[in-house]
Design a binder for this molecule. Structure first.
Ligand SMILES: O=C(O)C(=O)C[C@]1(C(=O)O)C=C[C@@H](O)C=C1
Length: 273
């Protein structure tokens, strides 16, 4: 198994910046798909993977959530980082803005107001957009301003162009499932009840309310089996080492007896700027 941490590339992405919280630069390897990151860690090819899961403006990174539901990995840390986008190009004249779909969406109002005529091009990552801008003077990119400082052909045309100054993204650090731990102040798990009856969701949430456990996120994703059938991603502010968490999860496992419960593990959270 490679000891490298795999994340979304090329170099210069926000994922790269988040990965620096758990690995030195020479220990970071890039790929252009978050599904591949989770798959490669589940397959034992990589010791760590860093994936975006949630943004304060745009919400879930659904590809990451679905890959977490489909592969057995452990979550060992959460990294939260502020996202401050810059508009980067060779000059003022451009007809296309290229970036990750999440970044384009986070700057929607700015783009509509300032550049209503430009074409938007969704690419695999913000750094891939910067490469497009490097290669083509008709293309501007949205990404971290440091990408322009490292490239003589590019300039920063505008900074802080995200629609809200509080823009932040939450990343999860994943590891092989053998590294799953009960230690940590937060826990993530995924429930597929595979049943449907009035009050099911209430039943799934009550065991936490009854034990005074704060839910920090509930997200439903289509199971892919049939319309109206869901997988629930649940995060709580408690560790698996706590008896109240064990008791609550025992109830959830009973409710999901016809489906499954995947414990991603407990972990601590870190904010990096
Ligand atoms: O494209 C990047 O730079 C990424 O790391 C991906 C990503 C995301 O998927 O949300 C990460 C942080 C920002 O929210 C924008 C894009």
């Amino acid at each position: 198994m490679s000891t490298q941490a795999l994340t979304l590339g090329p170099a210069g992405t926000y994922s790269h910046r988040a990965a620096r919280a758990v690995a030195d630069d020479e220990e970071i390897t890039f790929t252009e798909s978050v599904t591949t990151i989770i798959e490669s860690v589940a397959d034992g090819e990589y010791g760590r993977g860093v994936v975006p899961v949630e943004n304060s403006i745009e919400g879930s990174v659904t590809e990451s959530l679905d890959a977490l539901a489909d592969h057995d990995v452990a979550v060992v840390r959460e990294v939260i980082t502020p996202i401050r986008h810059a508009l980067i190009a060779q000059g003022e004249e451009f007809s296309t803005v290229a970036s990750h779909a999440q970044a384009l969406a986070q700057c929607r109002s700015y783009l509509e107001e300032q550049y209503p005529e430009v074409e938007l091009e969704a690419v695999a990552s913000t750094a891939r957009g910067v490469q497009r801008a490097h290669d083509d003077p008709a293309v501007a990119a949205i990404g971290h301003p440091a990408n322009a400082e490292e490239d003589d052909s590019l300039v920063v045309l505008a900074e802080d162009i995200q629609d809200r100054s509080s823009n932040a993204t939450r990343f999860l650090v994943v590891a092989p499932e053998t590294e799953r731990t009960e230690a940590g102040s937060k826990t993530s798990f995924i429930v597929y009840p595979n049943v449907d009856y009035p009050g099911l969701l209430l039943e799934l949430l009550e065991p936490f309310a009854d034990r005074d456990i704060n839910l920090t996120r509930v997200e439903s994703r289509p199971s892919g089996e049939r319309l109206g059938d869901y997988v629930f991603h649940i995060d709580i502010a408690a560790g698996l080492y706590e008896q109240r968490t064990k008791d609550a999860l025992a109830v959830i496992e009973e409710i999901a007896a016809d489906g499954w419960v995947r414990r991603l593990g407990s972990y601590d959270s870190e904010t990096v700027v």
